[in-house]
Design a protein around this ligand. Structure first.
Ligand code: APR
Ligand code: ZN
Ligand code: ZN
Length: 360
């Protein structure tokens, strides 16, 4: 089958080839025919080494498709089911799962580095984050595929598998944005736009979007931002809207130390700063000992939108169905797998929100 492969960390292009196969479907696994896959910044981050990824690997982790084979012991899925791929499956039984933090489940974490579930020219290769949705077929554990209603278009469903879950979950799960509150979102890609939409759904009164790309600021307003400004205009906007006190919630959706610092600085005393973006391990952020004490800000990360995927994937699709979460509108470009490298260029120049690759 066809798939897009990363051969080495630091390579600036993926290799689209047709000699990839999926390994056999073993007990507890399912094989999915991928129908649509979103292109997320984290794919680029796997290429440049920000996110650890064993190589060679089929990239892609935001996908949806149809189950075409089930292994022995699989109970919750059957051939023909439509599913969203989850790149961080939740086992449902470990301490984190039963303690209400299933997004921290480690049960499948090491599979990404141990379980080479594709072959390239007959040799085993990996899939990004245990997934690898830039492929026509993909094998995941039963817990890594969440069944959805068959009438949900695959392109819409694919986005829920990463970007939308991550951005909306940061707002709804990690920080529980309150009605009437003020919200700052730095970075308006697919994840940031999802955070903006969720902040509106939660009833935030002021939603300020920050990005350096003009088109992104336009989109941010279309998706619910009440104000959208360039980074250099944030101070003046904060002064006008909060009297300079800062926002109740600030979401960093870029993955850089300087924007993390900006998010913290623009959070009001007692407010909440949420780190959504994935930055490099060596990119250090500094805080003074005094400010951490004195400002009493809640500074927290959020992994995969702090999701409970079996609850949240259907919940997000219900919000989409009710017209409150616009997922079609986020798909600003559709392409085929051969155009994957072009997709990364478009993402970096800021001309798209989300690009979705479809397979016929
Ligand atoms: N200030 C403000 N905005 C910035 C800055 C900055 N210094 N640097 C980049 N941006 C904007 C870009 O212009 C772009 O609109 O951040 C946005 C990032 O969007 P995408 O590249 O589409 O990334 P996305 O897929 O939304 O992911 C964002 O979340 O899940 C993580 O790994 C992912 O770290 C990444 C982040
Ligand atoms: Zn678990
Ligand atoms: Zn992603």
């Amino acid at each position: 089958m066809k798939a897009a492969v990363l051969h080495e960390i630091g390579a600036d292009k993926l290799d689209v080839r047709d000699d990839i196969a999926s390994s056999p479907v073993t007990d507890g696994k399912v094989k999915i025919r991928i129908k649509a896959t979103g292109v997320c910044h984290s794919d680029l981050s796997a290429m440049n080494g920000t996110i650890p990824c064993p190589v060679p690997a089929v990239l892609g982790h935001e996908g949806a498709g149809e189950v075409i084979e089930v292994g022995a012991g699989v109970k919750s899925l059957a051939v023909g089911d439509h599913v969203v791929v989850c790149w961080s499956p939740q086992c449902g039984h470990c301490k984190d799962c039963v303690n209400g933090k299933p997004h921290l489940c480690m049960t499948y974490m090491m599979d990404a580095f141990m379980d080479a579930h594709f072959t390239m020219g007959g040799e085993p290769i990996f899939g990004m984050a245990g997934a690898g949705t830039f492929a026509e077929e993909l094998i995941v554990p039963e817990d890594g595929a969440i069944k959805i209603d068959a009438d949900v278009p695959f392109d819409v469903a694919s986005l829920v598998g990463c970007g939308v879950m991550t951005g909306a979950g940061a707002v709804m799960n990690a920080s529980k944005v309150q009605p009437g509150s003020s919200v700052l979102v730095i970075g308006c890609g697919g994840v940031g736009i999802s955070a903006i939409q969720a902040a509106k759904i939660c009833g935030a009164a002021k939603i300020v979007a920050v990005d350096m790309v003009d088109q992104k600021l336009e989109w941010a307003k279309q998706f619910g931002a009440t104000h959208a400004v360039k980074p250099e205009d944030l101070s003046a906007t904060s002064l006008a809207l909060t009297g300079g006190a800062g926002f109740d919630y600030a979401f960093e959706v870029v993955g850089r130390s300087d924007t993390i610092r900006t998010a913290y600085d623009n959070t009001k005393r007692g407010g909440t700063t949420v780190i959504v973006g994935v930055g490099r391990a060596e990119d250090m952020v500094s805080f003074s000992a005094f400010e951490l004490f004195y400002n009493e800000k809640n500074l927290r990360g959020t992994y995969y939108g702090s999701a409970n995927i079996r609850r949240d994937f259907p919940l997000l699709l219900d919000l989409w169905r009710s017209g409150q979460l616009d997922l079609e509108g986020m798909i600003t470009r559709r392409l085929n797998l051969e155009q994957i490298n072009d997709a990364f260029a478009a993402m970096q120049s800021g001309e798209v929100i989300r690009q979705v690759i479809t397979f016929d």
